[in-house]
Design a protein around this ligand. Structure first.
Ligand SMILES: *Cc1c(COP(=O)(O)O)cnc(C)c1O
Length: 376
């Protein structure tokens, strides 16, 4: 069986976890957390990176910093993971879904402005598959209407839009280091902050509402409870795993890109015959091969294809059930405008296996099986 996902592993993870244990510093913000945060700041050009236990938590922290409150509205695509909406819904906001573009499956930037009301507080674009949204237009709309931009860059590490790292373009950016993402720490994430004025508040909320971060830096001589907060720190053992990945981030990304290009070349004949739709990478976007997806004719054909692949030992999956059609989405959200593409395209999309240790021969086999299904 060719798995759909295998967590990335480079070889030094256990050595670094052992070091973390020997450092006798296994709680949050230890030496590995520091190294990882500084690396991400350098790589993305962001002002501040705070590691979190997940991308979900990073987005919750961003929702606090943006001051999202009961009755506010946040604009986002419905074709996304639940966390994009949950972080704002938890603060009492309503998720306002707008349609996606069929070429990238990203939010359609042209449909955002019409969805803005006096209650709108933020836009949360999702960089699907590590391919950047049209951030120039999104940032211009946000500036004009004084809205926050919180990027769900869960899939976006090592990818860029017009030379800027995904996650470091809006006010706040959120990365995921879940085991299904390009670089991992098991469960984990990071919040990227572009404006210094939010750093202190972010550190306080992340440290249970205390100013312990300042205390550790020696800036104050005792720490105390200064604001509401929670605990958004991952253990340094998890950061040790991530450090082994960051050291080889370029190599991991290149290996994934090679497999991505291989799929794309091998499946091209199916595209030429109008059988499958393959991914589009707009000019100005450098992606990270987070996933290889394609689109079949319709949901019925997709179901048969995935069954055929499974019978042949290939684990291929689909996602997402559009959020506005899910029970919680009906309760906490509303779709603004017409759902032209969100549902239709989501029902055609399937993902092929993609991970760091995926072999060239695996991709050859998988592409052959897809072709066999279509008699090509
Ligand atoms: C993976 C993912 C998340 C959630 O990441 P966690 O680290 O598991 O919280 C959120 N949004 C998108 C688009 C994702 O792909």
């Amino acid at each position: 069986m060719i798995n759909f996902n295998v967590p990335p592993y480079t070889g030094r993870e256990l050595e670094y976890i052992k070091q973390a244990v020997e450092n006798q510093k296994i709680c949050g913000d230890g030496p590995f957390t520091k190294k990882c945060s500084e690396w991400i700041e350098q790589q993305t050009g962001t002002k501040k990176c705070l590691l979190t236990p997940s991308c979900t938590h990073a987005t919750e922290l961003a929702a606090f910093l943006a001051g999202i409150q009961e009755g506010d509205e946040v604009i986002m695509p419905a074709f996304t993971f639940v966390s994009t909406a949950n972080a704002f819904v938890l603060r009492g906001a309503k998720a306002v879904f707008v349609d996606i573009r069929p070429d990238t499956m990203n939010i359609d930037e042209k449909k955002i402005e019409a969805a803005i009301t006096p209650r709108t507080k933020a836009i949360a674009p999702v960089h699907y598959a590590g391919v950047g949204c049209e951030m120039d237009e999104i940032m211009a709309i946000a500036r004009k209407h004084k809205l926050f931009v919180i990027e769900d860059a869960a899939q976006g590490i090592m990818a860029s839009y017009k030379g800027q790292a995904l996650g470091a373009i809006g006010d706040f950016g959120c990365f995921s280091f879940h085991e299904t993402k390009n670089l991992s720490m098991g469960e984990g994430g990071a919040l990227l902050i572009q404006d210094e004025k939010y750093i202190e508040e972010a550190e306080i909320i992340r440290e249970k509402g205390t100013n312990r971060s300042k205390f550790y830096r020696g800036q104050i001589d005792k720490y105390t409870w200064v604001n509401y907060g929670s605990s958004y720190l991952p253990s340094d053992m998890n950061a040790a795993y991530l450090w082994a990945q960051l050291e080889l981030a370029e190599e991991i990304t290149q290996a994934r890109l090679a497999r991505w290009e291989q799929y794309n070349t091998l499946l091209q004949p199916l595209k030429d015959r109008g059988i499958l739709e393959l991914p589009t990478i707009p000019e100005g976007c450098v992606h990270n091969a987070h996933m290889y997806y394609a689109k079949a004719k319709d949901i019925e054909e997709r179901t048969r294809l995935l069954d055929f692949l499974k019978e042949n030992g290939v684990w291929s999956v689909f996602h997402y059930i559009p959020l506005h059609t899910a029970p919680a989405g009906e309760k906490f959200g509303v779709f603004y405008g017409e759902d032209v593409y969100t549902t239709k395209e989501s029902e055609r999309l399937f993902r092929l296996p993609m991970y760091y240790s995926l072999k060239e021969s695996d991709v050859d086999y998988i592409a052959d099986k897809v072709k066999e299904f279509y008699h090509v």
